[in-house]
Design a protein around this ligand. Structure first.
Ligand code: HDE
Length: 719
């Protein structure tokens, strides 16, 4: 095996097994002669207990599963590296943020939250975005999400939240979905969740690709520099490909056609050398400015609008290698927000504080031993020396006589490290307080940023939020829960509440009769627990909308070309090569697999048939000319359905003029006038031209725009 220059890869290499040209053996290294038959008393007799080969194989199999993660069970991961753009010494002493020449290995796991390990990638859900930096000073984990805020303000509510969103306990229904009574029962009693609910009901919860999601540290953390000065910091990951989503109808169909859609997309991009990249950003607030905001920096249901504190881009992360083994790496990786390095510290955010307990605790159940840090994917590249010993599956052979400190028998080793030697010290924060089980009044504004988020969305994004809420609440059976939610929405935006109320067939006045309380302790003064209604001083924040994201490339976009025998070789090949030159992934789809014969009798390999492909797995579609191919496709229900659905999902469509009749056979085709000049003036994102080069130019620009969402309301299509 080739030695890797990436230090973590080199470290992992020592655990890799390669069976090439090797004999099959037992776990004890004994060569196996017959892996087809168990040992029996006679050919037709019972199996013998002494068959240690059979017993070893079956015993191992019986114990192959470990408990899935209680949340974020469904996930996929990749290796890569991180590089800072310039030294961050003025703000933090973290070593991996000092030297632009240094590449820090990373392992990143993306996940959905609610579903089981085998659930669909396309659930409406938050995406986990957990990054393990293998730094020279030990592992640093940034365990974030693709949404910058959270549902709850205090860790003590987390089990309630997760119990509410997971499948209902009596019948384990529904899988990987929030559209059910227990979730909305809980949420409608929890005004603090409203900001996050806006994000989860938005298209952010339906990514086109994990390579196209943002990441956020969520909590406010601290940077500490060499002089001991602290800065509050919010962490951001900004994808170079922009932030893009699919529609809800599409998400539901992808869940059936390819439940591994995101996993496959990430895997294939990395295998083909299209390495996903994110810029690392920070919002920095000097410690003395802590109270300058109209919200509390410690409240995890609030973000700092980029208009108030811009995001400083400080580095880039590239994922360039798929794991070798899903279980060993992706399943066994153990993240923990408490895995810190000098120069980074926590704040007193009460949600973060609770997380610091949970993540080690959960690994003990999941990975079964306090030695989970020794699993290859988890072990740091920095040396580990301490007096922790023994336990299940201990790997390290500590050969010293002492396992305590202080000692003299081992010369006092291992030593404590001074700060100047890289020893970690917690930030010297002054705290003087009464012991209290309570919540700060500065946490009681639950609506201002929910409203800010809604106001910042484009019209189509607002429509999607209305539709999402109507779908979710429409699946709630208890009418009083629907009403309670409508009252919450009313506080966010009256128009939003009115539209959802209309779809649910509920009158707003009847919904407003429901009391609005957040939960309070038994002895509390209820009046003092009412949410505070505050108006954000900011009307809109552009960064909260996906409408203004990067839309300048078709790199890795998947494009379908629909063909049948008799297709024009020139029309097909010209378009295909222009799209591929721009980095798109092009697939030829025909009525059956094998090859199609072009009109000039050439064979072209088919990638997918109408049976194995589906429009929802592509970003755009092209129909080349060639009279026999066109005659076939215009009469083929699968081809026409493919086009109708592509149109419905607002994607770019291009056709050679010679294939006009195929488009005419679609539902939207009736809108194409007899003497059209530019079809896209009537049907946005649809192009027909006899110059394939000119057509390709328009098509590429349109695919880069991602979607023509305006079509949704204007040109509805039954598909
Ligand atoms: Fe987690 N979370 N979480 N979480 N979380 C876990 O740890 C927990 C929270 C996040 O790919 C668990 O190893 C509590 C916020 C990600 O392996 C568990 C609270 C954010 C992942 C746990 C939170 C996250 C987890 C389950 C509230 C965004 C997947 C398995 C106090 C900043 C990591 C595990 C991976 C996983 C607890 C809230 C992100 C049980 C108690 C906020 C990305 O420890």
């Amino acid at each position: 095996m080739k030695k890797s220059t990436n230090k973590k890869q080199a470290d992992l290499d020592s655990n890799k097994e390669d069976s090439q040209h090797q004999f099959l053996t037992t776990n004890q290294g004994l060569k196996i002669n017959d892996n087809q038959n168990s040992l029996k008393a006679g050919e037709r007799g019972p199996s013998l207990l002494e068959d240690f080969i059979l017993r070893e194989k079956i015993t191992h199999f019986d114990h192959e599963r470990i408990p899935e993660r209680v949340v974020h069970a469904r996930g996929e991961a990749a290796h890569g590296y991180f590089q800072v753009y310039e030294s961050m010494a003025p703000y933090t002493k973290a070593k991996f943020l000092q030297d632009p020449a240094q590449k820090t290995p990373v392992f990143v796991r993306f996940s959905t939250v609610a579903g089981s390990r085998g659930s669909s990638d396309l659930a409406r859900d938050v995406r986990g975005f957990a990054v393990k930096f293998y730094t020279e000073e030990g592992n640093y984990d940034l365990v974030g999400n693709n949404v910058p805020v959270f549902f709850i303000q205090d860790a003590i509510k987390f089990p309630d939240l997760i119990h509410a969103v997971k499948p209902e306990p009596h019948n384990e229904i529904p899988q990987a979905a929030s559209a059910h009574d227990t979730f909305w029962d809980f949420i409608s009693l929890l005004p603090e969740s409203m900001h996050m609910i806006m994000w989860v009901m938005s298209d952010r919860a339906l990514p086109r690709s994990l390579r196209m999601i943002e990441g956020f540290g969520v909590h406010t953390f601290k940077f500490i520099n060499e002089q001991g000065k602290a800065f509050f910091v919010k962490f951001h990951w900004k994808p170079l490909l922009g932030v893009h989503s699919v529609s809800w109808d599409e998400a539901q169909k992808i869940s059936g056609k390819d439940p591994d859609f995101h996993r496959r997309d990430l895997w294939e991009a990395i295998e083909s050398g299209n390495f996903p990249e994110w810029e690392f950003g920070v919002q920095l607030v000097p410690e003395e400015d802590e109270h300058k905001f109209e919200f509390d920096l410690l409240d995890p249901t609030k973000l700092i609008p980029e208009e108030l504190v811009p995001v400083m881009k400080i580095g880039k992360m590239t994922l360039d290698r798929n794991p070798d083994n899903f279980f060993a790496e992706t399943e066994q990786v153990a993240f923990h927000p408490g895995h810190l390095v000098p120069g980074i510290d926590f704040t007193n955010d009460p949600l973060l504080q609770g997380r610091l307990f949970s993540y080690t605790d959960t690994q003990l159940t999941r990975l079964g031993s306090p030695n989970f840090h020794e699993i290859p994917i988890n072990r740091p590249i920095a040396p580990v020396h301490n007096n922790q010993r023994d336990g299940h599956m201990r790997q390290t052979i500590n050969h010293s006589k002492t396992s305590y400190e202080p000692n003299t028998l081992s010369g006092g080793c291992p030593f404590q490290a001074k700060m100047s030697e890289g020893g970690f010290t917690s930030h010297n924060e002054r705290i003087e307080a009464h012991k209290i089980r309570g919540r700060s009044q500065s946490f009681f504004d639950h609506f201002s940023q929910a409203t800010l988020f809604f106001n910042s969305q484009s019209d189509y994004e607002k429509n999607h939020i209305v539709d999402a809420l109507s779908f979710e609440l429409g699946n709630v059976k208890a009418e009083y829960i629907r009403k309670r939610m409508l009252k919450m929405l009313w506080y966010i935006d009256k128009g939003l509440a009115a539209k959802v109320a209309y779809n649910l067939g509920i009158s707003i006045p009847s919904a407003l009769e429901t009391p609005l309380n957040q939960s309070y302790p038994a002895d509390a003064d209820v009046a003092s627990y009412q949410p505070v209604i505050v108006k954000s001083s900011l009307e809109k924040s552009e960064a909260l909308s996906m409408a203004s994201t990067v839309k300048n490339s078709i790199l890795t976009r998947k494009i379908a070309i629909l063909v049948a025998d008799g297709v024009s070789e020139n029309s097909l090949k010209t378009m295909k090569s222009i799209l591929q030159a721009q980095g798109a992934v092009v697939e030829i789809i025909a009525p059956k697999l094998g090859v199609v014969i072009t009109e000039n009798d050439q064979e072209i390999k088919v990638d997918k048939s109408f049976l194995t492909a589906a429009s929802v797995l592509y970003d755009a579609v092209y129909v080349p000319g060639g009279s026999n191919s066109v005659d076939y496709l215009e009469a083929d229900a699968d081809a026409i359905h493919f086009l109708n659905e592509t149109f419905k999902h607002c994607k770019a469509i291009a056709a050679d003029s010679a294939a006009l009749s195929v488009l005419k056979a679609t539902y939207f085709g009736s809108k194409i006038p007899e003497n059209y000049k530019d079809v896209s003036e009537i049907l946005e994102g649809v192009f027909i031209n006899n110059s394939i080069e000119a057509l390709a130019g328009d098509f590429i620009n349109a695919i880069a725009l991602h979607r023509f969402w305006q079509r949704e309301k204007k040109d509805k299509v039954p598909a």
